[in-house]
Design a protein. Sequence first.
Length: 252
Amino acid sequence: MKDTKFNWTGRLRAGALAILLLGCANLNVRADSFKDFKSNISQSALKPFAKDIGTLVGSNKAHLGRILGFPGFEVSIKASAIMKPDPNNAVLNSAGVKAFGLPYIQLDLGLPLQIDAFVRGISFSNFTMAGGGLRFSIFKFMDVPLAPQLLVAGMANSVSHDFFSATHFGADAVMSLNIPIIKPYMAVGVDRTRLRIKSANTLSLVGLTASATEPRFTLGINLKPLPLVYLYGAYTRTHKVNAIDSGVSLRF
């Protein structure tokens, strides 16, 4: 029995790592996704582009409905991707961009009063994203098997690129079930994104802004192959776009 358990656990860990690596590979994060922005942007394409940016930066607010608790700490490498841009996003569709995504680092800290704080960010190829937020637990810690875990999260992000800038605000309600090793979760939320053109081939477009507010619905699963280690992936549906999230976290 001991050997069987060991082999099963080892296979689960290997499978979880393979799933995570495969998911990250499929994100197809491209530093040149916005290289044709100046020539492809238009007034009609601005709002769909804002929706897609908001979908990326507004993702992965929480992968469990349980907060860290004071003085908990978590460090994560995360990635989010849209499998296909909005049909009206001429900026990316005209450039032939299919799936595109965004990796980032996130740090979380458990505070008193059932609150977590977190910050996140990434900077590469003239693109910078920075932000953070708070999570609040609706229930007190409930770590008994099958107990529901529920929190609400709010977040703000800032995006800067040579050709555009954006601000994002989002809120989610996240619920998970405390099941050993495998912990499913779901989230419902909303993203509010405001995008501004900084540079375009058509000078009359420079300075134009557009805002978009869209709901999001997420289903995901956590795997805990090792103590303190979480691997997770999720599917999100928003504004007729399919997105995926993935990450690996060390939670103390």
